[in-house]
Design a protein around this ligand. Sequence first.
Ligand code: ASP
Length: 324
Amino acid sequence: MTLKSGIQPVPGGAGACLMVHGGAWDIPGDVHADHLDGMRQALRLGRRLLREGAPARRVVAEVVAVMESHGAFDAGRGAVLTLEGTVELDAGLMDGATLDYGGVLGVRRIENPVRVAHRLLEASDGRMRLLACEGAERFAAAQGFPLVENEALICARERARYEQLRREAVRYHTSHPFLPPQDRAPQGTVGCVARDRQGRLAAATSTGGTPFRPSGRVGDTPLPGAGYYATAQAAASATGWGEAIAAVLLCARAVDRVAEGLGLEAVVSDRLRHMHTRIRNPEGRGATGGLLLLDAHGRGAWAFTTPRMARGGWYEGGEIWVEV
Ligand code: ASP
C-alpha cells in the first residue's frame, strides 16, 4: 500500500479556513485540469462566504454544491450511473458546534443534494435527520427546491462509461455484475471541511456513488461518522470504498483521535492504514480511500491510499491551493 499525506499550512491566529477534496482514485491526466478548476471555483466561493462571516455549516454546503454542479466530479451533474443507468445521489453534512446533521440518500431528481441535506439540518429541529429517495425529493419540493428529470443529471462522459461497463460486465461478471471497488474506477466524490471566524467546524460530503452499482445501494457518504463527521474539536470528510469506510467509521474515529491530542497528519494516515489492513475487497486487496481533517485551531491534514486524490484549501492570510 502506498500512502500519501500532508498538511495545510498553519494559519497565524484564529482566522477562518477550509479544505476540499474531489475524490480519491487513479485520476487520469486528461481530467486533472477539470478537477483543479472545480476545486478552485468551490474554494473561491468558500473564501468569500467565510470572509463575510457565514457559519461553517452553510459554507461547507455551498462549497460542495459548486462541485456538484461543476460536472468534473462523481457528484451532482457529473455522477456515475447505476447498473440500471440512473443517477442516484447521496449527501450529508454536520455542524460540529451543535452536532446537528442532515443527509439524503438515493435521490434521483435533485442537482444539489447537499443543499437539501443542509435544509434538513436547519429545518427539521432534530426530529428527522436522514431522508431517502422519493421522501427526500418530496421534502425538497416542499422546501422550494427545483426537481429535475433524472435524465437531466446524466452527462455524456458517464453515459459513455456506462455503455463501456455494460460491454465489460458481460465478460467479467456473469453471476453478479456489480464491480468490486477498484482504484481505477472514478470516485470523484466531493467533500469540504471548514472552520468559520467564530471557530465553529463543519463537514460535508456528496457523491454519485460507485459506478455500475445496483440501484438503491448506499455507501458511507450520507451517514454521519462514516462519510463525514464534526465536533467542536475537529471535522472530517472521506472518500473511497464506502462499505469499508462505514465499517471503520472512518470520519468519527479520526475526529475522536484529534480530541485525544494526536497530530492531525498522524491521525489521517493511521486511520487509512487501519482501514486498509482490516477490510479487504472481494479480490483480496486492502480497502483504499482518502480523508480530510481540520481541527479547531484551523490546522488541516489530508491523506490517501489510492493513486491520487484531488485536494485543496485556503486559510485567512494565505492563498488558495489545489493539487491532484
Ligand atoms: N464513498 C463513495 C461511495 O462508496 C464513493 C467515493 O467516495 O468514491 O459511495
